[in-house]
Each structure stands twice: as structure tokens, then as C-alpha cells.
Design a binder for this molecule. Structure first.
Ligand SMILES: NC(=O)c1ccc[n+]([C@@H]2O[C@H](COP(=O)([O-])OP(=O)(O)OC[C@H]3O[C@@H](n4cnc5c(N)ncnc54)[C@H](OP(=O)(O)O)[C@@H]3O)[C@@H](O)[C@H]2O)c1
Length: 322
């Protein structure tokens, strides 16, 4: 594993972070059981993963609690989250703080390394910064949490406006943002500003649904061509991104997807979600592999640099909170 500093937090984190959400939820979302999920987390840790990202709404904090009971607490960095809003209802600070304490209880620990407001929308941002952030700072002062971060609701905010505002305020230690092979929006402004402000950046949506299935990728390409957003020719072939797979280049579309995101300046940790032990080692190897060839990256920028919001979808196996 390669380790890096997570922005201003001073936390030393592996660049490949295990996402315990998404549709897989460590396998629990796709028919797996608790023992399999615990085993997957153990394997990830054995491979050098030390950044574990969960959330109150994922139902995987209990899995982490079981693993935490077996290992020194400071051998891993725990990130969990709680929503700032549910539908149009803004969640009061007391409820968010109660959620934090519930996470501590479920995971059996006395301090959370990184507590993030989950899927904050443009409309709930004022509430997040004005009401929730001060309450979380009090929790930090009490020692219940070490750092405070914010994550976006990517499917609802293609321009990433909320995170732009979060960077203006400069009170969040870490942000989680969407970025992938066909969605480069964060590269232009958010990531350079995150570097300048020393805000840690966690990448989500590197693979998600679009790049994890050749059928979905083909269908997605056809839709983009139908909408006039990409050349029809690109959507015609069987493997629209296969130009990335060659000697000296990527081994697969998924390999390309993780390597592209990993090497975007400003990205500290690439989150990958899986419930499949066979995917675990391969994903970590991809995240640790060298950048894609410069010519391939130029081609990706030329073909897809203008797109926004591609590859962002809600998980299919639990109700989104936004
Ligand atoms: N707003 C937020 O705060 C937010 C939003 C989204 C995500 N997240 C976090 O970010 C993490 C990562 O999210 P993500 O969007 O990048 O991905 P994800 O939702 O976790 O999904 C990755 C998908 O790709 C599949 N996959 C992974 N490796 C594969 C491989 N080698 N071959 C084939 N399929 C593969 C997984 O299925 P298998 O189980 O079959 O591998 C899964 O369906 C989440 O787990 C969560 O922790 C946070």
C-alpha cells in the first residue's frame, strides 16, 4: 500500500480506501452475510488498507465494530457519516449528534477519526455549516470525533456547487467528491482548491454501476450519443472504452477507471466498494498501479472533458437519504 497525508488532518491513510456503502455494502447488499463482510474487511486490512468508510445509513458499522474488536484501534482510520437532511426535512443538530453517538456505540469505539455530513445538497448546505458544523465542533472538543468532513450528493449536484461553497468556507477538513473516467468536473476547480486549502479529498464513483458492467457502459454510451453529448461512432462498438486496454496501458476498463482517478492531482484516497473478495486485491493493485499513458489521458479529456454528471447513480440496495 502507498500511504499519504489526508489533507490538514495529519492522518496517514492508504490511497486505496474500502467503501462500505454503495450497492455492495461489503456484500450485505447483494445477499452476503455478516461473516463474509467481516472477512472482507479483514482481508482488506491484511492488504494494507487502513481507511474504512462507512455511514449510519449503510448498515455496515456493525461489521467494522466486529473487526475493530480484533485489532489495535489506531491501526485503522474510521470514517462514518450522518445525513444533514432527509428529503426536504433539515435534520436538527441534536439528531446528528445522537447519530454520531450511535455510531460510536455500534462500532464500540470512543472516538471517530473522521465524521462527515452525508450527501449534503445545495439546499441543506446553509443548515450544515450554520447549525451542524458548530455542534460537531463541540463533539470534537469533547474528544468524540477527531475531524469533520462533508460529502456531496453527486447525482443531484452535477456542477458540484455545494462542495465549491464548502471550500469557500474552509471549515471542513475533508471532502468526498465524485470523479470518474467520464466525469472530470472536479479536476478544473475543486481539486486545485482542495490542494491549496489543504483539504483532504476522497474520491467516490470511480467505478460504481457504469464501469462495473460492460452492458451498462454500452447502454450509457448509447444514451449519451442519443442526447448528442458524444460522437455516435463511440457508442457503436462493443467496448467503447477498449482503446484504453493495450500493452503499456490498462488491463481492463475497471483497471483504467481506478488508475485514472488515483492519479488526478489532489485526490488523496480512492474509495472502492465491493462485496467480492476476488475484486478486492485487483482493485487495490489497480489503485497502486502507475498512471495511464499520457496519450490515453489526453484522449479521455478530449472525448469526455465536457461531460457532467455521468456515472452517478443512487445505490440500488438501500433507500437513499436524499
Ligand atoms: N455521498 C456519499 O457520501 C457517497 C456516495 C457514494 C459512495 N460513497 C462511498 O464511496 C464508496 C465507493 O463508492 P463507488 O461509487 O466508487 O463504488 P460503489 O458504489 O462502492 O460500487 C462499486 C461497484 O463496482 C463493483 N465492482 C468493484 N470492483 C469491481 C471489479 N473489480 N470488477 C467488477 N465489478 C466491481 C462493485 O460490485 P462487487 O461487489 O461485485 O465488487 C460495486 O457494485 C462507497 O462504498 C461509499 O463508502 C459515498
Amino acid at each position: 500500500m502507498d500511504y499519504t497525508n489526508l489533507g490538514r488532518t495529519g492522518l496517514r491513510v492508504g490511497v486505496a480506501g474500502l467503501g462500505c456503502g454503495g450497492s455492495s455494502r461489503l456484500g450485505l447488499g447483494v445477499g452476503g452475510d455478516m461473516a463474509g463482510a467481516v472477512d472482507l474487511v479483514r482481508r482488506a486490512i491484511d492488504l494494507g488498507v487502513n481507511f474504512l468508510d462507512t455511514a449510519n445509513s449503510y448498515g455496515t458499522e456493525e461489521v467494522l465494530g466486529r473487526v475493530l474488536a480484533e485489532i489495535p484501534r489506531d491501526s485503522v482510520v474510521i470514517s462514518t457519516k450522518f445525513s444533514a437532511h432527509k428529503g426536504k426535512r433539515l435534520i436538527p443538530a441534536a439528531e446528528v449528534v445522537a447519530g454520531l453517538h450511535e455510531s460510536l456505540r455500534i462500532m464500540g469505539c470512543d472516538c471517530i477519526d473522521l465524521f462527515q455530513l452525508h450527501g449534503v445538497s445545495i439546499n441543506s448546505y446553509d443548515h450544515a455549516v450554520g447549525e451542524l458544523w458548530p455542534a460537531l465542533m463541540l463533539e470534537r472538543d469533547k474528544g468524540n470525533v477527531r475531524h469533520i468532513g462533508i460529502t456531496e450528493t453527486a447525482p443531484m449536484d452535477h456542477e458540484q456547487v455545494m462542495l465549491g461553497r464548502a471550500l469557500d468556507d474552509d471549515c471542513w477538513d475533508v471532502m468526498m467528491l465524485a470523479i470518474n473516467l467520464m466525469n472530470h468536473n472536479a479536476c478544473a476547480d475543486l481539486l486545485p482548491r482542495a490542494v491549496e486549502n489543504n483539504v483532504g479529498a476522497l474520491a467516490m464513483f470511480a467505478v460504481r454501476s457504469l464501469f462495473s458492467s460492460p452492458d451498462r457502459l454500452r447502454a450509457g454510451m448509447v444514451k449519451l450519443a442519443d442526447d448528442g453529448k458524444i460522437d455516435r461512432e463511440l457508442a457503436m462498438g462493443d467496448g467503447p472504452l477498449d482503446f484504453l486496454i493495450h500493452e503499456g496501458g490498462a488491463q481492463s476498463v475497471i483497471d483504467a477507471a481506478y488508475r485514472f482517478v488515483r492519479h488526478q492531482p489532489g485526490i488523496d484516497v480512492v474509495l472502492f466498494g465491493t462485496g467480492n473478495p476476488d475484486h478486492l486485491a485487483g482493485n487495490i493493485a489497480s489503485i497502486l498501479a502507475p498512471p495511464l499513458p499520457a496519450e490515453d489521458v489526453r484522449k479521455l479529456r478530449g472525448l469526455f472533458g465536457h461531460l457532467k454528471g455521468v456515472g452517478l447513480d443512487f445505490p440500488t440496495t438501500y433507500a437513499p437519504t436524499v
